[in-house]
Design a protein around this ligand. Sequence first.
Ligand SMILES: [Zn+2]
Length: 287
Amino acid sequence: MNKKFENQKCYLCHQKNIEEYFPYTRDNKNIKVLKCKNCNLVFLSTFKHIQNEFYENSGMHKGTIELQNWIKNTSEDDLRRFNQFKDNIKDKKILDFGCGNGGFLLKAKKIAQSVSGLELDQGLNNYFKEQNLKVYSSLEQIKDKFDVITMFHVLEHIAKPIELLTSLKKLLNKNGKIIVEVPNANDALISIYENRAFQDFTYWSCHLFLFNEDHLRDIIIKADFKINYINQYQRYPITNHLYWLAKGLPGGHEKWNHLLSEDLNKEYIKMLKGQKACDSILASFTT
Ligand SMILES: [Zn+2]
């Protein structure tokens, strides 16, 4: 065992059995990626670099928010999530926790009873006003209650995810639901292909944890919710994976889009699901 980590305890299983998993994150070479040898939870060697002020000052976007590009980049996921969760948001009161540029909320607004967001990043306050979106900048400001809270790629940024989910319960109406999407620690590019270039690219100082299905289940149960489902979901097609393996670079889903066969991709994703090695995990749970 690496001596440096011998006193560190795993957040989930509380064991002191931590190993170094990857030597650095892409944006901070002083932060290591660790792994609990008991439960396989992946987490950063320090969380000290993440304070609320970090996000408030657009730390995640390095202070230069090129808003139009950002909106364009998230529009595909916003639309996909809207279609995926349509039935859950129709005529309901929605809070999107960590709403980013508000792209999902602007779509949800068309069918929901009401939509609000929470975003620590305050660089977009004027834009939210223009769009007539109610976006809180802290949990303490929220006095309302909701039917559904969505958290898309948020939980992995949170230092105490169980405690956060527990506190979100107070914001939910009876039978209220939380929908979560997180990156999968067991992504095929890591777990099957052991692609070094992808690891180099994906470990990021903002992702304090990386969860697999078991970790997510454990967190939801510890926060005392009832699980509706935990599913594997693959965002990127086979061309993205082939490109990583061939070139060690992202963007293959665009550059090699002409090679994409829908049938092949369908079968490939079926395989990934069977291996629990999709790039994302979706979970839904109720109070
Ligand atoms: Zn553990």
